[in-house]
Design a protein around this ligand. Structure first.
Ligand code: PLP
Length: 431
């Protein structure tokens, strides 16, 4: 039989209703521990869990304790892995839990981590403030650098032999700058190092529907599942995917850090995965409509949207064509003026909510310079294009005409700042 599309498998994969009284949906296994039928069986399961012995042909691992695994956790992990065609996937208590666990699993004192700019604020803090305390060395590159420039930088640092991991976020938050995953893979292959150098990619912005980093040579794919995967602004979670060998190390670290998700969160994520494709498709459709509107707008100084790169940047467009299957659902733009104009615009929005986070059913807007990227020093922010005029939009599932109407209204309000707050309070008070 032809292999099913992932969106079809999301409704059934890994669950057999006949085993659970015919329940069409998997029940929530709200249990911390699992009963062994005999002491011998308990002993055997621990031998397998600790890797003291290999499983025999046909022998199944049983559940032991919900920090290690649980039926709800296992089902949503198997289903997520289908999207990336990955051998294994693991869910975590947050995107930061997944990312920090990946670092802690593979980096030791003296190792070098090469990372791209710009990164999610929390990731950037962990890399710049926490990893150095553990003796991990760090070096960065920008999305505009060529392979040769990055190699030269690595050689000049004198730390090339210590390189253990390359970490990139693409498109990067909040500028939508694209990093060439295949280029990083070929850089690693060229180095022909004796130690395995791991290529890890944060795919939160595009995935798992619009971009498959492993197909371009990534070893690990990381997610804030809080965003598109869970998709309803009601869950905090993260995920990591890769081959069985790397994932065994990640899972082992997770067992001892104890940062897995609970059965109820896992159940909510399985629920969300059923609508992942249709949500992301509609969000991308809406985002293109909004980007088309913003493109010609007289109050937009600069637009950052991967689907509109063709006329803007040839190199970025080339990466986009090879790597992304859609322009995605995230749009940033510089409004003409300064912080005051950006704030007046944000205060003038009514349908689009003023909040951080992204990838949810409702549209959200925020001001990266003073919110998500407030921790980045001003000079560094400016160097990466995170201006005081920048506004970041996460496009949701509303009708695109309502979104464009709202943005249109906020633009007018931004030019009469003294009126906008009053008008918003009178017309559409959420209370
Ligand atoms: C939100 C986000 C994270 C962190 O995820 P949490 O679930 O908030 O811990 C990491 N990377 C990117 C790109 C994000 O947008």
């Amino acid at each position: 039989m032809k292999k099913k599309y992932p969106e079809s498998a999301m409704m059934s994969y890994g669950y057999n209703p006949a085993e659970y009284g015919g329940a069409v949906k998997c029940p929530i296994f709200q249990t911390s521990t699992f009963v062994f039928p005999t002491a011998e069986e308990g002993k055997r399961q621990f031998e397998l869990a600790y890797g003291l012995d290999e499983a025999k042909e046909g022998e199944e691992k049983a559940y032991i304790y919900s920090r290690i695994s649980n039926p709800n956790l296992e089902i949503c992990e198997k289903r997520l892995a289908l999207w990336e065609a990955a051998e294994d996937g693991a869910f975590f208590a947050s995107g930061m839990a997944a990312i920090s666990t990946a670092f802690l699993s593979f980096l030791k004192p003296g190792d070098l981590l090469l990372h791209g700019h710009t990164l999610y604020g929390g990731t950037s803090h962990f890399i710049e403030e926490i990893l150095p305390l553990m003796g991990v060395k760090i070096l960065s590159f920008s999305p505009n650098e060529s392979k040769e420039q990055i190699l030269d930088r690595l050689k000049d640092s004198g730390e090339l032999p210590a390189l253990k991991m390359i970490y990139a976020e693409t498109p990067s938050n909040p500028t939508n700058a694209l990093v060439d995953i295949a280029m990083l893979r070929s850089l690693i292959d060229e180095l022909n190092s004796e130690n395995q150098i791991i290529l890890a990619v944060d795919n939160t912005y595009m995935g798992p529907v619009w971009q498959h980093p492993m197909a371009h040579g990534a070893d690990l794919v990381l997610y804030s599942a809080t965003k598109y995967i869970a998709g309803h602004s009601d869950v905090i979670a993260g995920a990591c995917l890769g081959n069985a060998e790397l994932m065994l190390q990640i899972r082992t670290m997770r067992t001892f850090l104890g940062n897995m998700i609970d059965p109820n969160t896992a159940w909510l994520i399985s629920r969300s995965l059923e609508t992942l494709k249709i949500r992301m498709d509609r969000q991308a459709y809406n985002a293109r409509k909004v980007a088309d509107y913003l493109k010609g707008h007289p109050l937009v100084e600069r637009l950052y949207y991967p689907g509109h790169l063709e006329a803007v940047d040839g190199r970025q467009y080339d990466i986009y064509q090879r790597q992304c299957m859609s322009g995605g659902g995230m749009i940033s733009f510089d409004i003409k003026g300064d912080e005051k104009d950006a704030f007046a615009f944000l205060n003038g929005l009514r349908t689009i909510k003023l909040a951080v986070s992204l990838g949810s059913s409702e549209s959200l807007a925020e001001h990266p310079a003073s919110m998500t990227h407030a921790g980045v020093p001003r000079e560094e922010r400016m160097a990466h294009g995170i201006t005081d005029q920048m506004i970041r939009l996460s496009i949701g599932l509303e009708h695109f005409e309502d979104l464009i109407g709202d943005i249109d209204h906020a633009f007018s309000a931004s030019r009469q700042p003294e009126n906008s707050l009053k008008e918003w309070m009178l017309e559409d008070s959420p209370l």
